[in-house]
Design a protein around this ligand. Structure first.
Ligand SMILES: NC(=O)c1ccc[n+]([C@@H]2O[C@H](COP(=O)([O-])OP(=O)(O)OC[C@H]3O[C@@H](n4cnc5c(N)ncnc54)[C@H](OP(=O)(O)O)[C@@H]3O)[C@@H](O)[C@H]2O)c1
Length: 420
């Protein structure tokens, strides 16, 4: 596809993620389209699009909720007016939702909402814009179907592929999403048949597993593809429904076996000083750094307990804490790291680790808090002293020689006792 070929393109769901990237990429081309219609549900909230609009006169931000026929019709009228007698070359049906992952059969609402957004949305958007697409076929190359003449791209997903189900279902049990994308694939084939005579090209594209709000972390997926004992499961540690769904998936993978180690690693740091600290941030950080580990541990407790009962060995909970949660360490280190919500949350996490140590002792479960050192991650920054490999290498040594005497302690990555 050469640069001069796309005269105009419309993208749905372009406020963020893949849709926003598509818009940016079209605008960056050496010969960009004369019109890029970036459509989204809520244009006033799409700040990145608004910023782009200031630099690109060929960009048009248009309100379009793909589940609302009135909104689709209004968008059509606006686009038609801007095109001023010309056709529309390309429609990209990108807007989509994923209601989450669960092995439980979904609710009526989840099924209907997914179908409405991921299947019916692309249908009504395409049907509305067909007159402009047909017109574009009269303006583009005469002989063949191609993107530069008139085309509709439906952004689908490999989770809609029936033949891939046995491999991907346990890792990505997104039932409403998968069904709606399978239906979108069928729709694409039927549209292709229907509009063949008009010369409009239809194609369904799986964009890959992408780091967006919907896609999550890709590095982990690549890693899991190389190691069959690594299973990627989505978990929001502050959401009970997400935790319960994760427990069910873990149980299914364990297939009757139990869990011997739980590492509560998820955490956030918002650099707020005594002057800037807000109540909202204080609660949010506490929710992620303390309530999350509490809920996750509660949900996995039965599997950790059963491990001890059935194997006569100890299971363990590791809470990844921080030296900044050490109250005794405050006088020495406060001025270098005056991060209030983070410090308070990690002090509370240490308390939780102790409560688990005492409360779950009779269940044969060890619990301790570990300070991983100052590590070069997004949170630690580039000036930090340790690489991730150095820190994790040392933590693994602690884990491999864990025993009951360490339960209820707070140690650093070298296993040295850290003051409370
Ligand atoms: N990310 C992946 O790994 C992956 C993999 C396979 C397929 N896909 C597909 O790629 C497409 C884009 O996904 P993404 O990862 O970029 O997701 P995302 O970051 O969650 O963005 C989804 C976009 O769709 C919009 N949207 C949702 N419902 C809409 C509606 N009724 N009307 C208009 N816009 C609506 C959202 O708008 P608001 O901001 O207003 O909510 C947002 O702009 C989806 O069709 C998805 O199924 C993604």
């Amino acid at each position: 596809m050469s640069d001069e070929m796309i005269a105009s393109v419309l993208v749905t769901g372009s406020s963020r993620g893949i849709g926003l990237e598509l818009v940016k990429t079209f605008l960056k081309r050496s010969k960009p389209p004369q019109h890029v219609f970036a459509t989204c549900k809520n244009p006033t909230g799409a700040q990145e699009l608004i910023d782009l609009d200031k630099k690109h006169s060929n960009l048009h931000i248009i309100q379009l909720d793909t589940t609302n026929q009135e909104s689709v019709k209004a968008a059509y009228n606006e686009v038609k007016e801007i095109l001023n007698g010309r056709g529309l070359t390309m429609v990209i049906n990108n807007a989509g939702i994923n209601c989450g992952l669960s092995l439980e059969m979904p609710s009526y609402e989840q099924m209907m909402m997914s179908y409405k957004t991921n299947t019916v949305g692309p249908l009504i958007v395409t049907e509305e814009f067909i007159p402009l697409l047909k017109q574009a076929t009269q303006e583009g190359p005469k002989d063949k179907m191609c993107c530069s003449k008139a085309s509709v791209i439906n952004i689908t997903s490999e989770l809609g592929s029936l033949s891939k189900i046995p491999n991907v279902f346990l890792s990505f049990p997104a039932i409403p999403y998968s069904c709606s994308k399978a239906a979108l694939n069928m729709l694409t084939r039927l549209q292709a048949e229907t509009y063949k005579k008009d010369g409009i090209l239809f194609v369904a594209i799986h964009p890959g597993w992408v780091q967006t709000d919907m896609g999550g972390p890709q590095e982990l997926k690549k890693f899991s593809e190389k190691h069959e004992n690594v299973i990627v499961i989505r978990l929001d540690s502050t959401d009970s429904a997400s935790i319960n769904a994760t427990v069910k998936q873990v149980e299914k993978h364990l297939n009757g076996k139990n869990l011997d180690l739980l590492i509560n690693n998820a955490g956030v740091l918002n650099p707020q000083s005594l002057e800037t600290q807000t109540a909202e941030d204080m609660l949010q950080v506490y929710n992620i750094n303390v309530v999350g580990p509490m809920l996750v541990t509660q949900a996995f407790h039965h599997l950790l307990k059963r491990y001890g009962e059935e194997s006569n060995a100890k299971s363990a909970i590791i809470h990844i804490s921080s030296l900044l949660g050490s109250i005794e360490g405050v006088p020495k280190m406060f001025s270098s790291f005056p991060v209030i919500s983070y410090r308070c949350s990690k002090a509370a996490l240490n308390m939780l680790a102790c409560c688990h140590a005492v409360g779950y002792k009779q269940d044969g479960i060890i619990s301790l808090a570990i300070h991983p050192g100052w590590v070069r991650t997004d949170m630690g920054g580039s000036q930090a002293l340790l690489s991730k490999e150095e820190s994790v290498g040392e933590i693994m040594k602690i884990i491999s020689s864990l025993n009951e005497t360490q339960s209820g302690t707070f140690v650093d990555y070298k296993g040295i006792h850290t003051p409370w």
